[in-house]
Design a binder for this molecule. Structure first.
Ligand SMILES: [Zn+2]
Length: 246
């Protein structure tokens, strides 16, 4: 049977049986992969410790006819703060859930892999809500379903000052086109600048990360509504954030 090595982040885990886990990896080489990690919940297992969400690992996987199996794994980086701090856990889960729900298996997406590995240290040390929103915003940009935040989706003019925005039409609407647009809502200049700053963020850990609280909350609510409208269902991590964080 073919065995191959991947570098990956652990996107999701689901326990089954006495000590096993189905692990969803986002790999550098093949994009999203699911594999079984048998016995990994036993402390003596060579996989013990590595098969945890948010770990950055290197793993050996054997291809199976129905399911792949993780044989061995080494932890390259782990982020303790993400499992110990409820707010960090909640927002890191939000970013990881969005990536998991909006990617297809076995499609290599190097940009997404790099986004996940770069966002983890920022999520574990800086404001996790801001880090998760930046990550989600940048991920949507690479996934090809991003809203147009800076140009009017009707006349393509660059947006200046306050305008409107429409989820149905796919982004910003200038005041001249507002009558032609469907289901618009206000899109203040400050909210546009918040999105533009997030899209331009370069993930250096020393960079300034401050946003006006009101605009940040508006960006969060707006963005989550947009993602959920694409998915057609709610995100579990959003429920968790609403129940325990906000
Ligand atoms: Zn327009």
């Amino acid at each position: 049977m073919e065995t191959f090595t991947v570098e990956a982040v652990v996107l999701k885990t689901d326990d089954f049986g006495d000590a096993n886990r189905v692990v969803t990896l986002f790999t550098k080489e093949y994009g999203k992969l699911e594999a079984n990690a048998y016995g990994c919940r036993r402390s003596r297992s060579p996989l013990s410790g590595a098969m945890q969400m948010f770990n950055h690992i290197s793993a050996q996987i054997t291809r199976g006819t129905k399911v792949d199996t993780i044989r061995d794994a080494d932890i390259l980086n782990f982020y303790d703060a993400l499992t110990k701090d409820l707010e960090r856990l909640a927002y890191a889960s939000l970013l990881f859930e969005i990536v998991n729900r909006m990617t297809f298996p076995r499609q290599q997406e190097l940009e997404t892999f790099e986004l996940l590995t770069k966002s983890l240290p920022v999520l574990s040390t800086r404001n996790p809500k801001i880090a998760a929103l930046i990550g989600a915003c940048q991920f949507m940009e690479t996934s090809g379903v991003q809203l147009n935040f800076s140009r009017c989706v009707h006349c393509r003019k660059e947006i200046v000052g306050d305008a409107a925005i429409s989820l149905l039409d796919g982004g910003a609407v200038c005041l001249d086109c507002i009558d032609a647009a469907q289901d618009t809502r206000p899109y203040p200049e400050a909210l546009r600048k918040t999105f533009e700053t997030m899209l331009g963020f370069n993930w250096r850990n020393d960079i300034k990360l401050t946003f006006n609280t009101r605009q940040l909350n508006a960006a969060e609510n707006f963005f989550i509504e947009y993602v959920q409208s694409i998915l057609g269902t709610g995100l579990k991590s959003v429920q968790f954030i609403r129940d325990f964080i906000n």
